[in-house]
Design a protein around this ligand. Structure first.
Ligand code: PHE
Length: 334
């Protein structure tokens, strides 16, 4: 018993100490072998108890040696790791943000800085929010402009074809002044090619207040393009959207410097980047905003298109293929 409590109390700092301890108890001339040698001389009736005690002692010593060895090895390993300050660091694999997220965040940042908040809505929409409230009543021919994926007809449930639906929801639930942008995923039943896809991302913007004019729209877009592209040569081409009047398409002059530029701009130097216009009075009325009191502008852009320009990406399908060789190139971007 005395031996056992000594064994339990024993500690060691070096391997040598452990080895000496082992020899003392378990070595050829060690304490245990001495007891085993004494065994023969023990009277028969005490043999059992004696044997049990010696075996207990042997177990205690063996376990202690094992435990001390493990402890010391652990400590040595630690010393190896932390003791050598010249050791090269362990490489930490970092991920990369998706280019769509990077560009989306940049757009949000720019509009936040001039007072726009961010609004979101459902990807699955009803007819009212995606079409009817936006001045696109049933059988309106302009519905064909947007090849819709229907989930259910009558009543219609569909995948939103633009995030203008979010702006309708926002106007229904908020009073002017309204300054909001709606980033999100949209769906159109289009053939997939290098330039278009059936799923893409948009940021649409809406500003409704008293006396909002087309000049405000132009100046806002000029500020935006300057911030995002570092270029501010834009032109507004008259266009048509059912929900804005007048409407325009915004082109940015990209110049023709590289081969990718040629591919993206088709050789003219001008590239269409968004649609915009003054919110049609009918749309305001549909959302319970009085067009006699308020006016507004709206705009919408595809994030893929803009990311393709900024990063000189020639094929929209790359965004959805999750090819690591593509994604890893955005590691250093924020
Ligand atoms: N909703 C239009 C689209 O998806 C874009 C747009 C938004 C145009 C707002 C004008 C005003 O193509």
């Amino acid at each position: 018993k005395e031996h056992i409590s000594q064994i339990e109390a024993f500690t060691a700092q070096t391997k040598e100490e452990v080895e000496n301890f082992r020899i003392k108890y378990l070595g050829k001339k060690g304490i245990l072998n001495k007891y085993f040698a004494d065994f023969k001389a023990v009277p028969n009736e005490e043999k059992k108890a004696f044997g049990q005690a010696v075996n207990q002692l042997k177990d205690a010593a063996t376990n202690k040696v094992q435990q001390l060895k493990e402890e010391l090895e652990g400590k040595e390993e630690e010393k190896g790791i932390y003791g050598d300050l010249t050791r090269p660091g362990e490489p930490v694999e970092i991920g990369a943000r998706h280019p769509i997220s990077i560009v989306k965040n940049q757009i949000i940042e720019i509009f936040s800085s001039i007072g726009f908040n961010v609004s979101e809505g459902p990807e699955m929409e009803d007819d009212w929010h995606n079409f009817t409230a936006l001045n696109l009543p049933e059988y309106h021919p302009a519905r064909d402009m947007q090849d819709t994926f229907f989930i259910q007809t009558n009543p219609d449930v569909l995948l939103r074809t633009h995030t203008s639906s979010v702006q309708v929801r926002y106007m229904e639930n908020n009073k002017p002044p309204i300054r909001t942008i709606s980033p999100g995923r949209v769906f159109r039943n289009e053939a997939i090619s290098a330039r278009s896809h059936c799923i893409f991302h948009q940021v649409e913007g809406l500003y409704v207040d008293k006396n909002v004019s087309f000049a405000d729209l132009k100046q806002t877009l000029l500020y935006f393009t300057k911030q995002l592209f570092g270029k501010s040569k834009i032109r507004l081409r008259p266009s048509y959207f059912p929900f804005t009047e007048p409407s325009a398409e915004v082109d940015i002059y990209w110049g023709l410097e590289t081969e990718t530029d040629y591919r993206i701009t088709k050789g003219t130097g001008w590239l269409e980047i968004m649609g915009c216009g003054m919110v049609d009075p009918n749309v305001l009325r549909n959302c319970n905003i009085d067009p006699a009191e308020y006016s507004g502008f709206a705009f919408g852009m595809g994030i893929e298109r803009i990311a393709m320009l900024l990063y000189q990406i020639g094929d929209i399908r790359m965004f959805y293929e999750n090819d690591m060789r593509f994604l890893e190139q955005f590691k250093s971007s924020i």
